[in-house]
Design a binder for this molecule. Sequence first.
Ligand code: DX5
Ligand code: ZN
Length: 220
Amino acid sequence: MQQPIRIAPSILSADFARLGDEIRALEAAGADYIHIDVMDGHFVPNLTIGPLVVKALRPHTTLPFDVHLMISPVDGFLDAFAEAGADIITVHPEAGPHLHRSLQRIKALGKKAGVSLNPATPAKALDYVLDLVDLVLVMSVNPGFGGQSFIDSQLRKIASIRKMIDATGRTIDLEVDGGIDPVTAVAAISAGADVLVAGTATFRGGSTAYASNIAGLRGA
Ligand code: DX5
Ligand code: ZN
């Protein structure tokens, strides 16, 4: 069943010189998760945040850290991100040789496990792992950068994953990431998404606008 809409601001669009302040401001503005985009310059053409930064940010909020790993091979870093304070650890099927084993490891570390599907990756990739999954992240842009345009074909994928999730009878977040604004948020929610990642749309207008930006997406 589709759960209440949650907003997960991506700190990729934050002021990196003031990340701790930014995260406190997001919590005060009503964010539900803090989405942390981890990029390695190999799996995606950009470099961002490592476990040391996640650990440094951990004391600044009690909100769940939704850590989106865009790194390959990913397995060698799962423990480090768990120890750094991640609550949800999301991996891409293409980021290692054995997706099932990666998910088993995340669960063994006591964390929620997520699978992220690139725009060209079919929903079918979830078929034999959904029993281990707490969150499915549908990428509505190609991973690597904030500020890209929403890819409409992903709405069909969200709708088919909504059916797959409902058939399990379990509580699994269906998160959409990339190009979310008040217009695309409506489409994503109608298709069945219940967690919206938003970088550009959260941070637009500066810190005095965070609360209204987040409320606007939630009300979409
Ligand atoms: C892209 C990241 C996204 C990105 C979203 O690889 O996974 O989380 O920051 O940014 P916007 O909301 O600006 O598209
Ligand atoms: Zn992301």
